[in-house]
Design a protein. Sequence first.
Lengths: 189, 189
Amino acid sequence: MMRRTKKERQQLLTSTIKDNPFITDEDLAEKFQVSVQTIRLDRLELSIPELRERIKTVAEKRFEDEVRSLPLEEVIGEIIDIDLDQSAISIFDVKEEHVFKRNNIARGHHVFAQANSLAVAVINDELALTAKANIQFKRSVKLEERVIAKARVTNIDERVGRTFVEVNSFVNNELVFTGEFEMYRSKNS
Amino acid sequence: MMRRTKKERQQLLTSTIKDNPFITDEDLAEKFQVSVQTIRLDRLELSIPELRERIKTVAEKRFEDEVRSLPLEEVIGEIIDIDLDQSAISIFDVKEEHVFKRNNIARGHHVFAQANSLAVAVINDELALTAKANIQFKRSVKLEERVIAKARVTNIDERVGRTFVEVNSFVNNELVFTGEFEMYRSKNS
DNA sequence: CGAGATCTTATGACTAGGTACTAAGAGTAG
DNA sequence: CTACTCTTAGTACCTAGTCATAAGATCTCG
């Protein structure tokens, strides 16, 4: 990498560290063909902390996320109330990653995912799977809105091992989504 | 904390570090009322790395996740062929994060998300939203399976601004999911 | 051209949180 | 009593820095 002016170097330094916080001053010095001291002065001016501090903050973030990121993969929405085989309620806050960038409207599958997760959760069975669903999006959900989904078990057909769940989702008491789920359950109830 | 036998201490040490990897040997020594050297011998025996290495691995894990969790939020499935307002095909590989741990069956909303994403994508409009959907899961999809979703536009109703899309998803040519989507489109076609 | 300002590099003292190694004392079991 | 485990202590060394001071290099303006 060629030598550049201070300003250029500092800009590059900032972005370099941003997308690889694990780089040492020594490596940076080599990359920018300056001395280690220059790198340290730069970091001082830009108030970029040292390697170990940077790593620590990344690690800490991960630790905070641990609680928050698992539910994202697992169950969508936070279940706040549940009465097995009867009803359940969950909330889901629409964040940036859930919306179309263009218009800040939530992608339908996230709203569906919340309802589907809730329908699975309300069933008192180790193995519950969605067999069919009939859904309607009543109005679009936008960034920062809080969706409250309410599930209600309408019918349990033990002979064929099917449970029917109705899920209605609201934003500020306004219906945004409604769905009827036909769920498969293994056997026990 | 009272003094304990070596074995007890080492067990506690392991679990203590596991749920707080940010603790120093000095703090541990105080916690267990032994010398710092004892703690270090313990870590050596248990092959628990030093604080800075522990923090680093936590941070690295977080960094790996960053790549893996982003595609999950955006468009689900990789679109491999598209003919706007006609048809489209996408593939989706079922990974660990998509399945129920208990039985390795994919959560329904991921399969739905792929179909929904495809239904949105096939429409030649900046703003396409799902209005209604009628879906059926024909058989369960398992870990490591590759789902191929095929979307076909069946009808475009320009007066009311609705487009009907049929999506069928297959694993090894076997139908696993089918859905009819009624999509809202802004105006232009 | 030269003086001052800015930038860069070097050097030394010190830090946290260790590793690796040697040595010595305490307690226990055979 | 001896052998062994366990614990503690101390030393040298390491990385990846901070902080402060000093001196050389470049640039800029009058």
